[in-house]
Write a protein that binds this ligand. Structure first.
Ligand SMILES: Nc1ncnc2c1ncn2[C@@H]1O[C@H](COP(=O)(O)OP(=O)(O)OP(=O)(O)O)[C@@H](O)[C@H]1O
Ligand SMILES: [Mg+2]
Length: 245
């Protein structure tokens, strides 16, 4: 079988905040078109892991490779433009309307106006966001709508990698289920590689092709979803995933 292309690779990565060991010797390979969900107790290092991958934080030790290239010494601003990053408090630009928010990366990259127009319309179509909302400002949107704009912005940036940190944590149950279905549709439509942090184990199981289980800065198990469910590594994994013994 042909070896799958590795999109994200962490080799012996450690990160400390002062005396706090947030990540300890992390090794992780994420292949092209994997949908990796990450679960683990609060404070186990999930957010830190995503921030290292998009260069918001630098590791104290170890190497991070994206699509085979070491990110060390790279221009981190342009690196970030090539990775979609969606967080719970979505970080939309408050002074820009929805359209400008979504168009941000293509605009910065200097795409022609007509092309930007098309990219924005395609992106809102994927996340099922009403065209009438394009002129509104983030403050005039509901939580679910903001979330959709954040995802549309990541789509419009046309990145191959999408990092999501509890993106649906703040929305109600029904909207959350809709957004889950939409993210799955999008994942199947576009050839994306996704890493998705969640506290919701059902969400992790529904969305992921692979699951990472973390505890205290370490990866306890990382495998295809079926394997994690059928062969949990230990009691911690069993309990976290709510699997009976
Ligand atoms: N800027 C910081 N300064 C000091 N310690 C930090 C900082 N950011 C995170 N930490 C600590 O590092 C550890 C990992 O934090 P991180 O945010 O990665 O956890 P997490 O798994 O995302 O948690 P949660 O599920 O609560 O979001 C925690 O112990 C946290 O308190
Ligand atoms: Mg976090």
């Amino acid at each position: 079988m042909q070896e799958q292309q590795k999109m994200i690779r962490l080799i012996d990565v450690s990160k400390n905040y002062g005396s706090v060991k947030a990540l300890v010797d992390i090794n992780l390979d994420v292949c092209n078109h994997d949908f990796v969900t990450i679960v683990g107790s609060s404070g186990c290092g999930k957010t830190t892991l995503l921030k290292l991958i998009n260069g918001l934080l630098l590791p104290d030790k170890g190497e991070i490779l994206l699509n085979g290239e070491n990110i060390k010494g790279k221009d981190l601003v342009s690196l970030r433009r090539n990775i979609g990053y969606v967080i719970q408090d979505i970080g939309l630009f408050p002074h820009m309307n929805v359209k400008k928010n979504i168009a941000y990366v293509p605009y910065i990259k200097g795409y022609p106006k007509t092309e930007i127009e098309k990219i924005v319309l395609d992106a809102i179509d994927v996340v099922k966001l009403d065209k009438d909302l394009l002129n509104r400002f983030p403050v005039e949107l509901s939580g679910g709508q903001k979330q959709r704009v954040g995802i549309a912005r990541a789509i419009a940036a046309q990145t191959k990698i999408l990092l999501m940190d509890e993106p649906f944590g703040a929305v109600d149950e029904i909207t959350r289920r809709k957004l889950q279905d939409e993210i799955l549709d999008m994942y199947h439509q576009i050839g994306l590689t996704i890493m998705f942090v969640t506290h919701d184990v059902q969400e992790a199981i529904k969305l992921g092709t692979k699951i990472v289980v973390m505890d205290q800065g370490k990866i306890i198990q990382y495998d295809r979803k079926e394997n994690v469910i059928e062969r949990p590594q230990n009691t911690f994994v069993k309990q976290l995933l709510g699997l009976s013994s």
